[in-house]
Design a protein around this ligand. Structure first.
Ligand SMILES: Cc1cc2nc3c(=O)[nH]c(=O)nc-3n(C[C@H](O)[C@H](O)[C@H](O)COP(=O)(O)O)c2cc1C
Length: 190
């Protein structure tokens, strides 16, 4: 079974992270999940679901959940085999930690080791507008091999629901982690 590290941070857009996990699990991928402390609070605020209830709804055989403080977790090591990592949504703060190499929590550390192992690391950044620090950090992230994928859905598929907008971003992000699209949205056709 292929496994993907999923980090959820305290940027707005917890719905992207939740859907990303659900899609991965539905396709039979294993998920190594880390949610930052603020990420849990924003998740509960935006989705109105207790985080622990969400975790208990996930299949135990496919999903491992780690505390962001648990730097002894297997995903702290580059030798732990995963396909890649997605941080969804990714705050400007976590972007800054990742590009500076300051591995304060397990999301930063897992991104750090996946980058050194040259595996896909996709950062679904959610912030607007961008200041110069954000823009410089985006450039640094691209320079060190990460994919910066703004949470910026397209409208050419004429989406009717929030779920369709979310699926666009989740599919684009997972395409870059897995190397293949999951068919969650209709691609561009005339
Ligand atoms: C409701 C709420 C929404 C937020 N939305 C964003 C956001 O969209 N982008 C962002 O960079 N930070 C956002 N923040 C701020 C981050 O949560 C904050 O910078 C935090 O330190 C990020 O830490 P983390 O990356 O470890 O989760 C938001 C905070 C709250 C409480």
């Amino acid at each position: 079974m292929e496994r993907v590290v999923v980090g959820i941070t305290g940027a707005s857009g917890s719905i992207y992270g939740k859907r990303c996990i659900e899609v991965l699990v539905s396709k039979g991928y294993g998920v190594e999940l880390v949610v930052s402390e603020v990420g849990k609070k924003v998740f509960e605020y935006e989705l109105q679901i207790p985080f622990n209830r969400f975790v208990s709804s996930l299949p135990e055989d496919l999903v491992n959940v780690y505390s962001p403080e648990d730097l002894f977790a297997p995903i702290s090591s580059g030798s732990y085999p995963v396909k890649g990592m997605v941080v969804i949504p990714c705050s400007a703060g976590t972007l800054g930690h990742i590009v500076s190499g300051s591995t304060v929590n397990l999301i930063h550390r897992a991104a750090d080791v996946n980058l050194k192992e040259k595996r896909p690391v996709v950062l679904v950044l959610r912030e607007t507008p961008l200041n110069r620090v954000h823009a410089e950090n985006i450039l640094k992230a691209i320079d060190v091999g990460a994919t910066v994928l703004p949470a910026s859905p397209a409208f050419y598929g004429r989406p009717k629901t929030v779920e369709e907008l979310v699926d666009f971003v989740v599919d684009r992000a997972l395409t870059h982690v897995l190397g293949r699209g999951l068919g969650l949205f209709r691609g561009w056709t005339l």
